[in-house]
Design a protein around this ligand. Structure first.
Ligand code: ADP
Length: 487
């Protein structure tokens, strides 16, 4: 057993697959604790008990107890219930309160979300004391859990949990939990002296939960080395670049992995023809045909199928795609989009489908099963993001032998080596500046290799499948960080 066997780590975040997932955070909250458990850590994940958690999980949970907790400036108290379940060696604790978590979705708009996550961030610490399970490190994720490090060093400092260290991970700096100073003061119940510029204050009227958490956390991590650098600049810093430059000695980038058991093309029951790197070239054709049938595209294994699986927001580079869409579409190309989000992008992709019947399918939905089929049945996956802290879809694509076409930003830059014709190396096609012409050129280069040098294309497909995109290496880096903190 490793020397880390005794380390207790609490993971605190607003979503976690398979209970609730809206994006990459949910994947990380699931996969990283499992990887850490395999490396000998004792990990507990703490998240809200949302009404939308599927019944099959709720019915397996046991009730551990409850208490009342004061929250607001006026001392108003709230019920805290604690539920528990276990999945593959990881313990999951759920914080229950109907007033906050009985909505249909985890996120319902900032006005309600601020009170919800003030409550959650504080209830987590109270619950750890209640359970008498005192972790070495409390690893908090994104703005929803950002007040936990603040409560830890203020209200909870003299309590048992106060001895724990904290890590706050930035999964996406765009979302920060900004509201009026009065709103945050009231709901957090935190003392006035914290509402200054080094902690919460943004300007004369607004406060920022993430900013405060970053100030108080013992360590800050983000999900790729490049994003760790980028967020210290004005363009990517979302208004917190100076704050992050100040705190940069405690900031580190650790790239995400993916769960290679869930994303395993050889044992993926959702695929028409599961495959490994030895039979990928043949089997991919079968998956492509099945995908074309499922999406109502012309069934033709010789088409170059481009997939795009994404939240439809401006972060994801969809303005670039919009600018060149008809230039991407020639008679040899098909396009399969899966995504939901901003109505203007949903509308645009519906339009492209209507004018490119048989060669474009826009599936405006959140659909896990179809995502697997697109990763397996496409030749290339497009990720032209404006910014991308890490990005998981390019990792999944590579694991499924689908060549990523990405912009060189954040984790995309760190995980996709550009194709180098001279050395016959690389994992995908990349472009640097946020410019539609460069994206088009990258897509054209990909098509050129696909249609004119299939042997080399196939080699890249196998190279991608062979690339280590698992969590093991990154989990070791987190373990080293926890060790350093715990000592
Ligand atoms: P982000 O967290 O910014 O949304 P990531 O690339 O880190 O982006 O993670 C996205 C995750 O969500 C991936 O697992 C991807 O497969 C999944 N995903 C995104 N949109 C959909 C969708 N419409 N249907 C199914 N899965 C989706």
């Amino acid at each position: 057993m490793s020397e880390n066997a005794q380390r207790k780590i609490a993971f605190v975040g607003s979503e976690c697959y398979p209970f609730v997932k809206t994006g990459g955070l949910g994947d990380v909250m699931y996969a990283l604790p499992r990887a850490l458990t395999r490396q000998g850590a004792d990990v507990r994940v703490i998240m809200p008990y949302y009404a939308c958690i599927p019944e099959k999980f709720k019915s397996q949970m046991k009730f551990l107890g409850s208490f009342m907790m004061d929250l607001c400036q006026d001392g108003h108290t709230y019920f805290v219930g604690i539920m528990e379940t276990e999945l593959d060696g990881v313990t999951y604790n759920f914080i229950e309160n109907r007033e906050f978590f009985d909505w249909g979705n985890p996120y319902t708009g900032l006005w309600e979300d601020i009170p919800k996550y003030c409550y959650f961030s504080k209830a987590v610490l109270a619950a750890l004391n209640f359970l008498e399970w005192i972790p070495d490190v409390i690893h908090c994720h994104d703005w929803q859990a950002a007040l936990t490090p603040v409560y830890l060093r203020t209200r909870f400092a003299p309590t048992p949990v106060g001895q724990a260290k904290s890590v706050l991970t930035i999964h996406n700096l765009r979302f920060q939990g900004i509201c009026s100073i009065d709103h945050l003061k009231y709901w957090s119940g935190l003392p006035d002296y914290l509402f200054n510029y080094p902690v919460f204050k943004v300007n004369d009227t607004e406060a920022n939960m993430f900013k405060g958490g970053l100030a108080f956390a013992d360590r800050i991590t983000t999900v790729s080395a490049t994003y760790a650098e980028e967020i210290q600049t004005g363009f990517y810093g979302e208004g917190l670049d100076a704050h992050l430059r100040y705190h940069s000695p405690k900031l580190k980038g650790i790239v995400n992995g993916i769960d290679v058991d869930i994303w395993n093309s050889a044992a993926d029951s959702l695929l028409a023809a599961p495959y490994d790197m030895f039979n990928v070239i043949e089997k991919k054709k079968e998956n492509k045909r099945a995908l074309q049938e499922a999406l109502g595209l012309d069934v033709d294994e010789n088409k170059f199928v481009i997939g795009l699986v994404s939240r439809l927001t401006d972060q994801k580079g969809l303005d670039l795609v919009n600018a060149i869409f008809q230039q991407i579409m020639d008679e040899n190309t098909q396009f399969a989009l899966l995504g939901t989000g901003d109505p203007r992008y949903e509308g645009a992709f519906r339009y492209y489908e209507s004018v490119n019947k048989g060669s474009v399918c826009s599936y405006i939905q959140y659909n896990e099963g179809l995502a697997h089929k697109i990763y397996a049945g496409s030749d290339a996956l497009l990720v032209p993001s404006l910014f991308e802290p890490c990005g998981l879809t390019q990792l999944i694509a590579m694991r499924y032998g689908t060549v990523p076409i990405v912009r060189e930003t954040g984790g995309l830059k760190d995980t996709v080596a550009p194709y180098n014709a001279e050395e016959n190396s690389g994992n995908g096609f990349t472009f640097d500046y946020y410019e539609a012409g460069l994206l088009l050129k990258a897509i054209q280069s990909a098509k050129e290799l696909y249609f004119e040098d299939r042997g080399r294309w196939d080699e890249m497909v196998r190279r991608d499948m062979d690339k280590d995109v698992s969590w093991e290496k990154s989990a070791s880096e987190y373990m080293a960080l926890y060790e350093e903190l715990a000592e």
